[in-house]
Design a protein around this ligand. Structure first.
Ligand code: F6R
Length: 655
């Protein structure tokens, strides 16, 4: 196994793991291990049986195998493959079928004989499904069993499509997909209503019978479930936890997916920091004190020596001298995150005795007014995630630009467009030709409930969202001339989970940066959105900043990340906390309301069906409550940001 990369075990983790700086490096290591095994078997004249997965996780792994085949003559002639699963109802040539996925990513590019490839067939008739599943198990047995099984993990904790509740003894069978799994896949199918409900999957037992297993996971959105699978109890509620019973299993993660593990979140519980190559630096001290305050449910300044000792933080006490000193250190760090002046204060209006504007640090800190650029991946992320701060920056007199990175057309329902078309039709301004077309489109929707998909209609849907963004910007006081609709082309990639960034995306971003030359740049650091758009937008920003690193404005710039509707920063990650008044919360709500077409999203995003404004308000009120509980101050709501220096971001972007 990737022995040289395996981390020293600790008492929290119940299976070996290796953590890499990026998913690409990790995928290379796993592909290297598989390639070694393939070559060893070739030398012995034996076949190698691989169990394969699909989804976004193994894409780089397959790319590396294809590279090894092309450039290093790795042969697949002696490889037999069995895929984990297939959507029920999709024929093998369907573009979203796993048959198709495997051809596109691997089989079409290597020398594997077709007869050695096996996937469950999603299109067998209902009456034949059981026999098909039994035959699949039999074929695995006949091939000698799986030597090396590749797995991803779903956010439900599934391996294959073994959703919560799947038994340890389960075998290849017909299954119902969990709502969260369908939501995560919905981007590939143009909406949840078109996403398959059922699948055929290898069972837990089938998987556990493999001789070696590697589970790969990338990204912060997997961090929670990875922790449950690796550190939690073995339970059918998280089928990946069954892997803890296997003696040749390894979890292979990138930093983001490993981020919730005890060794990273609360390393002082694992052992002395110096034994782990860590030190009690400012961040670590703050993290430990916040953790202790929350655990003890006490404001920071009320923590005692006993609290520290009983929680295993003797080392920290030793470094800080006493609870009194440690408390003050943690308290001031948090207090210094708070400012009502996110862009700094106008020197002309600053009076002696005014509180300092602490969090700003970049060389441009004293510039006033500043050029501010807010990047919004989708047209509504700006107001959902930082609408209050946006309004403040405008009110304080800064030159605020908002750039909407993708058009968001994919999230406009046909019904929303139909209503816009009705309006245009009934205005009665079109020439006879266009009027006829509008009439036909409206009639088509009224008859069938859908509009024909076409690039032109996608453009119209983009316009619907553009107008919503214009209206929201109006509420926030951002003039229309400072809105930038970038319409990044990657967004129109055929399949949401397999989209890739191109040079044109990066060039559009580079030109925007060159035009605005921001002193303050706000970007979405929320990588938890289900379809990866935020991640790709952040990639585009990183690549564009890399091309701009020699521009004079680059080093002057302060770079802040916000989190959105899906997640909030951990308290210890926050560098800037902007308190909002009750009136500002209402104004932000009005801005979010302008994104009317997104109200329906609440019906299938998130188990609780809450709308975006509700999520935002809950999130920012919860954060204000958390500051209050730490003994800081009592605010109505808080929007929070994390700082990256531009250099740090280029080299350690959390992607
Ligand atoms: C795919 C499969 C699934 C995925 C899991 C993660 O064959 O069986 O278990 O591995 O849903 O999907 P991604 O990689 O898209 O996050």
């Amino acid at each position: 196994m990737l022995a040289q990369d395996t981390l020293a075990p600790n008492r929290f983790e119940h299976a070996p793991l290796a953590v890499f700086a990026s998913s690409v490096e990790a995928s290379r290591a796993v592909a290297g291990a598989v390639a070694d095994l393939m070559r060893a078997r070739q030398r012995e004249g034996r076949a190698l049986v691989l169990g394969l997965a699909t989804g976004s996780t193994p894409v780089s792994f397959y790319a590396e195998l294809v590279r090894l085949h092309r450039e290093e003559r790795l042969s697949f002639a002696n490889v037999i493959t069995f895929n984990l699963d297939e959507y029920r109802g999709l024929p093998p040539d369907h573009p979203q079928s796993y048959h198709h996925f495997m051809r596109v990513h691997l089989f079409d590019h290597v020398d594997i004989p077709a007869a050695q490839i096996h996937l469950p067939d999603g299109s067998v008739p209902n009456a034949a499904v059981d026999a098909h599943c039994r035959a699949y198990e039999e074929a695995i047995r006949a091939a000698g069993g799986i030597d090396f099984q590749i797995l991803g993990i779903g956010r439900t904790g599934h391996i294959g499509f073994n959703e919560p509740g799947s038994a340890r003894r389960s075998r290849t069978r017909f299954v119902t997909l969990d709502p969260l799994t369908r939501r995560d896949a919905s981007g590939d199918f143009g909406g949840e209503e078109n996403t398959p409900r059922y699948a055929i999957t290898m069972g837990v037992r089938t998987i556990l019978e493999a001789r070696r297993i590697v589970l790969m996971a990338w990204g912060q959105h997997k961090a929670g479930i990875v922790r449950a699978a690796l550190e939690g109890e073995i339970t059918p509620q998280v089928t990946a936890s069954f892997l803890q019973e296997h003696d040749q299993v390894q979890f292979v993660l990138d930093h983001a997916a490993a981020g919730a593990l005890t060794r990273y979140r609360t390393p002082w519980l694992v052992g002395a920091l110096e034994d782990q190559g860590l030190t009690w630096d400012e961040r670590m001290i703050r993290r430990a004190i916040l953790w202790l305050s929350q655990k003890r449910r006490k404001p920071i300044l009320k923590l005692t020596d006993d609290d520290y000792n009983e929680a295993g933080l003797q080392d920290l006490l030793q470094v800080q001298g006493s609870a009194y000193d440690a408390n003050l250190a943690g308290f001031y760090q948090m207090q210094h995150t708070i400012t009502g002046w996110p862009g700094g204060r106008d020197p002309a209006r600053t009076r002696p005795g005014d509180a300092p504007v602490r969090p700003l640090r970049a060389p441009s800190a004293s510039v006033f007014p500043k050029r501010v650029l807010v990047l919004s991946p989708h047209p509504d992320d700006d107001v959902i995630s930082m609408g209050g701060t946006l309004c403040r920056l405008v009110e304080h007199g800064h030159e605020v630009h908002v750039a909407h990175q993708v058009s968001g057309a994919n999230a406009v329902s046909d019904e929303s467009l139909w209503r816009a078309l009705l309006f245009v039709r009934d205005l009665d301004l079109a020439d006879a030709n266009s009027a006829g077309r509008l009439q036909a489109l409206c009639a088509a929707y009224e008859a069938g409930g859908t509009l024909p998909a076409s690039p032109e209609l996608a453009r119209w849907k983009a316009l619907v969202r553009r107008h919503e963004a214009l209206a929201a910007a109006h509420v926030c006081g951002v003039p229309t001339g400072r809105l930038h609709f970038l319409d990044l082309p990657f967004y129109y990639g055929a399949s949401v989970r397999r989209r890739q960034l191109g040079n044109d995306d990066v060039e559009i971003m580079r030109r925007l940066l060159a035009a605005v030359r921001p002193h303050l740049l706000f970007a979405a650091g929320d990588l938890d959105d289900p379809h990866g758009t935020h991640r790709l937008c952040l990639h585009a920003l990183r690549d564009a900043l890399a091309l701009s690193a020699n521009e004079p404005w680059f080093r002057e710039m302060e770079l802040w990340f916000y989190r959105g509707a899906w997640a909030e920063w951990e308290l210890d990650e926050i560098d800037l906390a902007v308190p909002l008044s009750p009136q500002e919360v209402l104004r932000r709500r009005r801005a979010i309301f302008r994104h009317e077409t997104q109200k329906d999203q609440a019906l299938f995003l998130g188990d609780d069906r809450r709308e975006f404004w509700q999520r935002t308000e809950d999130r920012s009120r919860r954060l204000a409550d958390a500051y209050n509980a730490l003994g800081l101050a009592e605010y109505e709501a808080i929007e929070a940001f994390k700082r990256y220096s531009p250099d740090e971001f280029l080299h350690h972007a959390p992607l």
